[in-house]
Structure formats: structure tokens, C-alpha cells
Design a protein around this ligand. Structure first.
Ligand code: HEM
Length: 533
């Protein structure tokens, strides 16, 4: 018989952890509850009464009754089959009735903002005892604040929305606006002036591309690809043309509402008629007094289903022109079913004789190509950084799984073929990290104009390299996880998501092959005329 705990007047949070779930048991006491209708198990020092739950258990009731499980310590078998988060869900944590006398839980969820202790799960600059020339104390403060917000507020929403495909929750939009993450996604610049960044842990003057890099990496680390595009990707690519090429009046009307999370923007360039070939687009804008009359269609428009403004590439009499089209009469959007979550709001957009003031023209009439191209480097660098964040997270998943999963009586990591795959993943992640940090350092030290001249090639090449390694890592990770890597829920859910969605990084912001070619063409263009072998 187990003895009830004496009543104590200590407040709940001050009680020793072993008291928190009611009762203390010996292993012998637990062992007596070992049959159908009366079955207890121990997981990591905690005692669970699964007598009634057994029939509702998604893995079936029978798994609880073998004599190696019923009334026994089932920690090892449990963690071979479930993610830790299962035990933390309220409906399951309720099954805990007590703890084993003299034992302490060993497997704890990371505290908000905490760094992972798994080797290679964090870039070197965040690991004790390692050195890195690029980051200073402002990056560390910033990282801590971003990681905390992401784990506490954003991750739960990312997991839920990736699954149900609904829009990002208003509370998250609020948090992004309050911390000025929406503005920081556009990079350093005057749009951040006077704004409080992450509750003031750094000043707008301190903010550089490495801070932005941190946001992208943490976003990628969520491992939810659809959600990372829901995460203001439309603003990231659709607002800079307004900021850089819109009139002061237009900026005053549009920018504050967008940065404050009240309005959303999408970049509307690609069409069913024209993808990478931006010059081939067929949406037309015809002048009628002080208005453009715009007709045409756009496809694959990220955040398009909920955008209030469309930064749109149009064919005009004088060539390509970019025009900001507010949602209104004649503008229609419908969701496109893509292979990632509809949380990203990917849309097919139709413009049917939409009247837009000439004042909404961004840049010069006929100067649209320059407007579109001006933002490509930043966009590509962002896609690569986010992909890198996910790749490192996938690496962490693989290391944990290979370490905890038992096969033929040994951890999976004892198989040389698995270790060889892990070696490839680690090498790719570290190579990408180092290249991306080097490019980011260049960006910090160059004007926007210099970046356009000197970094278009390197960024195109880095982006296509990172997206390629991502797909190789997705393949390796799927092999490591086996069937779980192709199952949407459970142990391998992040692997499945990444395996399904890593091609997005290879397509968005410039298709891989096109970018590889661009990088080399840029290099050939800069070859000295006297270069000879
Ligand atoms: C408090 C204890 C337990 C809870 C709350 C629990 C809960 C769950 C849940 C929610 C799933 C669905 C898959 C997922 O979301 O990961 C699941 C699957 C499963 N569970 Fe449990 N479980 C418990 C203990 C155990 C134990 C001790 C065993 C084995 C002896 C077991 C065997 C399985 C199996 C085989 C599956 C299917 C796994 C798969 O589809 O890959 N469970 N369990």
C-alpha cells in the first residue's frame, strides 16, 4: 500500500519537485499495479496510472501489458517511441500520480531562451569555450531575447498553425509588432529609427545584419516551413520597394501600419506566364488621367490571401513598372494548395480593371526591373539564413534520435552508416554557417550600392549552395528516421516537414539553377581581360 503524503502548508511552487504530483512511491509499490485495468508505469522517476488511459492510448492498450512494461520503469521504451512534449501536454501530464522516492527527473524541457547542449546544435559563437570574430555582446543579448520570445510565444503558434493552416494568431502579430520584429526583418535602416527593439535590449543604431541573421536562424529553428513564410515574408519582400521607391506621402500612409502589424503586404511579381523570367509578365497597367487601370493575374503570391497591399510588377507602355495596389474593388485572391501549409497564405491573385492612383507608382515608370532587382540580394540571403537555421535544427533532431533510438539492442548511432550520414550533415551545416557569416560580414561593411555590385554573385551562389545542402540533409535525415521521417506527427514530424518543404528554399527567391548560373556569370563578367593560364 502506498502512503498518502502528509499535508504541507508550503505554496505549490516552493515544494520539492517530488511532492508536486501528490504521492511518493517505491518501485515495489508500482510493481503491484501490473495488469489490465490496474496498470502503472514509471517514466523518468514519475509514476503514471494508465489503467483507464490504456484504451485511449494512440499506440494501443496492449503495449502496456507485457511484464517488461506493466508496473515497471518504461523510460527507455517510452523515449524510443515518443517525443518528450507528449508528457508535457496537459491531458497526459494529468496521468501522473506521484514520483519514486529518492529519484529526480532527468529529462527536462529546455527553459525559455536556453541554449541546447547537444553538440553542433548551436553555432560556435553560442557555445562555451569557442570563439568567433563576428558577434559582440549586443548580439548575445539580442539572441537571448529572441530565443525566449520564440520558444514561449511563437513556437506554440507555429506548431498549431502549420497543422491547421489558419492565419498566424493576432497575439503573435502583436508580439512581432511590439518587439519591432516586423521592421527588423527588412534589415538595418532608417525605418527602425526611434523604435524599441526586443524591449530595448539593443538600440536601432546597434542593429546590424548579424542581428537580422539571428532572427532568421531562430525562425528556421522552428522547423515549420509554411509558418516561416507566414512570418511576414510578404512584408520582407513587398515593403522595401515602398520604403525605397515610394513617395514620402505614400510611405507615411502605408509603412507605419505595416510595421505595427495592422496591415500586410505581398510582393506580386510571378505569374503563371512568367516565373524567373520577370520580363515576360503579362499584367498590364494603362494610364487613365491620374490613375492606372490594372488587369492581369499573379501566381504563388506569399501572404497573398491576407495581404492588404500588393507590390505589383506591371507591363506599361514604357516598360516594366512597379505599382502598389491596395486590396479593393477588382482585386481577388484565392488560396493555392501547395505542398506546405496554407498558413503561408499562398495565393492566386487576379486584378480586374483595378483603379490605382498614379501616386502609388514605385520608382520610375518603366524602371520596374531596377526596383525588383534591388531587393533580391537581401531576400536570397534571408532565405538561405532561414534554411540554415532549419538545417542545424534537423541536425540536432538527428543527433538526439541516433543517440536515444535503440536498434539491435544498441543506440542507432552505433551503426557506422548512421554516423557517416551525421558526419555529412554536420559538415554541410558548418560549411554553410561559415559562408553565410562571411557574406553577412561583407553586408555589414558595404553600402547597399556596393552590396549590389559585389555581393549579387556570392549571395546567389551561397543561396543555391545552402538550399542544395538542405535537400541533401533532408534526405539523410529521412533515412536516419526511417518511417518516422515520412509521418506528419510523432517522433519524426520535423523531418517530415523538412523533407516535404526543403524544395521551397530551392525555388523561392530565385530557382537554384538560375542562381548558380547568375553567380558564375557575374564572376565571368568581372574576369580581368588579361587573365591567362
Ligand atoms: C504516460 C504514458 C504514455 C502516454 C501519455 C503516451 C501517449 C502517446 C501518444 C500521444 C501517442 C501518439 C504519437 C505521438 O504523438 O507521439 C503514442 C503513440 C505510441 N505509444 Fe504511447 N504513451 C505512453 C506510454 C507508452 C508506452 C510505455 C509505450 C510502450 C511500451 C507506448 C507505446 C506507443 C506506441 C507503440 C505508439 C505508436 C508510435 C508510432 O506510431 O510511432 N506508449 N503514445
Amino acid at each position: 500500500m502506498s502512503l498518502p503524503l502528509p499535508r504541507t502548508s508550503l505554496p505549490e511552487e516552493n515544494k520539492p519537485s517530488s511532492y508536486k504530483h501528490g504521492r511518493l512511491f517505491t518501485e515495489e509499490e508500482v510493481a503491484q499495479h501490473n495488469k489490465e485495468g490496474d496498470v502503472w508505469i514509471i517514466i523518468d522517476s514519475k509514476v503514471y496510472d494508465v489503467s483507464k488511459f490504456a484504451d485511449m492510448h494512440p499506440g494501443g492498450a496492449s503495449v502496456f501489458y507485457p511484464e517488461t512494461v506493466a508496473g515497471r520503469d518504461a523510460t527507455k521504451v517510452f523515449f524510443g517511441l515518443h517525443r518528450h512534449e507528449v508528457l508535457l501536454r496537459p491531458q497526459y501530464s494529468r496521468l501522473q500520480i506521484g514520483t519514486i522516492i529518492g529519484q529526480e527527473e532527468k529529462i527536462k524541457p529546455p527553459a525559455p531562451g536556453a541554449l541546447s547542449q547537444v553538440p553542433y546544435a548551436e553555432p560556435t559563437w553560442l557555445v562555451n569555450g569557442y570563439f568567433n570574430p563576428y558577434y559582440n555582446d549586443s548580439h548575445r543579448r539580442f539572441h537571448k531575447a529572441v530565443r525566449t520570445l520564440f520558444t514561449e510565444v511563437i513556437q506554440p503558434d507555429a506548431l498549431a498553425r502549420e497543422m491547421d493552416g489558419k492565419r498566424m494568431s493576432p497575439e503573435v502579430v502583436r508580439a512581432l509588432a511590439d518587439n519591432n520584429i516586423i521592421g527588423m526583418r527588412l534589415g538595418p535602416g532608417k525605418h527602425l529609427k526611434g523604435r524599441s527593439l526586443m524591449g530595448g535590449v539593443i538600440t536601432p543604431e546597434e542593429f546590424d545584419y548579424f542581428h537580422e541573421f539571428i532572427i532568421d536562424l531562430e525562425l528556421g529553428r522552428l522547423g515549420m516551413r509554411g509558418y516561416s513564410d507566414a512570418f511576414m515574408a510578404g512584408v520582407l519582400i513587398g515593403l522595401p520597394p515602398v520604403l525605397n521607391f515610394g513617395s514620402p506621402e505614400l510611405c507615411a500612409k502605408v509603412v507605419p501600419d505595416v510595421l505595427n502589424g495592422k496591415k500586410f503586404v505581398a510582393l506580386a511579381i510571378s505569374e503563371a506566364f512568367a516565373g524567373s523570367d520577370v520580363a515576360g509578365m503579362q499584367t498590364t497597367a494603362v494610364r487613365d488621367g491620374d490613375y492606372w487601370i490594372i488587369s492581369g493575374t499573379k501566381k504563388w503570391i506569399t501572404n497573398g490571401t491576407f495581404a492588404d497591399y500588393f507590390t505589383t510588377g506591371c507591363r506599361t507602355r514604357d516598360g516594366l513598372t512597379v505599382i502598389l495596389i491596395p486590396r479593393g474593388e477588382g482585386v481577388n485572391t484565392k488560396p493555392l494548395k501547395t505542398s506546405y501549409s496554407s498558413v503561408a497564405g499562398t495565393a492566386y491573385v487576379t486584378f480586374d480593371k483595378v483603379r490605382v492612383p498614379i501616386a502609388n507608382t514605385l520608382g520610375k515608370v518603366g524602371g520596374g526591373l531596377a526596383v525588383i532587382l534591388s531587393n533580391f540580394n537581401h531576400e536570397r540571403w534571408t532565405v538561405a539564413a532561414t534554411s540554415l537555421g532549419t538545417q542545424r535544427f534537423i541536425l540536432e533532431e538527428c543527433l538526439k534520435w541516433a543517440n536515444q533510438r535503440q536498434v539491435f539492442g544498441k543506440p542507432l548511432a552505433s551503426q557506422p552508416v548512421i554516423r557517416a550520414k551525421l558526419a555529412s550533415i554536420i559538415s554541410r551545416v558548418e560549411a554553410c554557417q561559415n559562408w553565410m557569416e562571411s557574406v553577412t560580414h561583407q553586408m555589414c561593411n558595404m553600402s547597399y550600392k556596393e552590396q549590389s555590385d559585389k555581393l549579387a554573385g556570392p549571395i546567389a551562389l551561397a543561396k543555391q549552395f545552402v538550399s542544395r545542402t538542405g535537400r541533401e540533409t533532408a534526405e539523410d535525415a529521412t533515412q536516419i528516421f526511417g518511417g518516422r521521417g515520412i509521418t506528419v506527427t510523432g517522433m519524426g514530424k520535423y523531418i517530415e516537414n523538412y523533407h516535404r518543404t526543403s524544395p521551397y528554399d530551392a525555388i523561392l527567391a530565385g530557382a537554384e539553377d538560375v542562381l548558380a548560373d547568375l553567380g558564375v556569370r557575374q564572376a565571368i563578367k568581372k574576369m580581368p581581360s588579361d587573365a591567362r593560364l
